[in-house]
Design a protein around this ligand. Sequence first.
Ligand code: NAP
Length: 262
Amino acid sequence: MSDITLNAPKLFDLGGNVALVTGAGSGIGQRIAIGLAQCGADVALLDRRTDAGLSDTARMIEQAGRRSIQIAADVTQSAALTEAVERCQMELGPLTLAVNAAGIANANPAEEMEESQFQTMMDINLKGVFLSCQAEARAMLKNGRGSIVNIASMSGVIVNRGLNQCHYNASKAGVIHMSKSMAMEWVGRGIRVNTISPGYTATPMNTRAEMVHQTKLFEEQTPMQRMASVNEMVGPAVFLLSDAASFVTGVDLLVDGGFCCW
Ligand code: NAP
């Protein structure tokens, strides 16, 4: 008979861990940061603006009985990320978990897109994830263990019908493959790297001007006939970060209400 001493619910317990979450002031990053605290982690909250929702996130983490710190930093700046990790470790303890959710979205037909619009997308959505992982992994490699989840998108797998966002789609495809590559670089050294690829999710990102009329279409196009709530990103993130996923690395977990099946 196999070993049944394993305490299955304990596998999802993040107690004793310190997490860094980028994009923690809004949307998916904010909800995941609170979810990690609810599962026992202390959390460093990073976003580019101090007036983003960071203090709301911190308040909810306090209500969950965990500690947090707020860091205003731009994920395109390597030095700022190094400093953020240092502060996180000094004030909360050794970094062992990270979720990189900071990102932007916009649209423009490819033939009209300025080079600068393409470049900014790559700088934040792809280079920003690279620099975040680099800063986090440098600490985790020293700490002997770590688990990183990067928030990609189903747009890294499919092309969203009716949305002219080749730069966004390319950045997310890049995040998925870059994450697999980093997972393999660190596979023997205690660090797992996975991605979550959300489908259409109700966040401030989707309330930008050119998206509002699209919401109904998003719901219709999704097999589950609705958009995801940010709450629905918490379980997948906790799973991938936790010991429940101890043999899972280099995976892209689609959380898309079935979108990519059709
Ligand atoms: P959101 O509510 O706009 O949250 C993203 C956060 O990241 C914002 O607070 C944003 O600040 C911050 N950010 C942007 N650029 C940054 C930078 N350079 N440095 C630090 N922080 C920065 O968006 P969301 O919908 O939660 O998106 C989170 C992630 O999920 C993104 O990577 C997005 O691509 C991905 N995603 C979203 C959906 C969806 O349907 N919502 C679907 C698939 C994937 P500002 O407000 O100042 O920009």
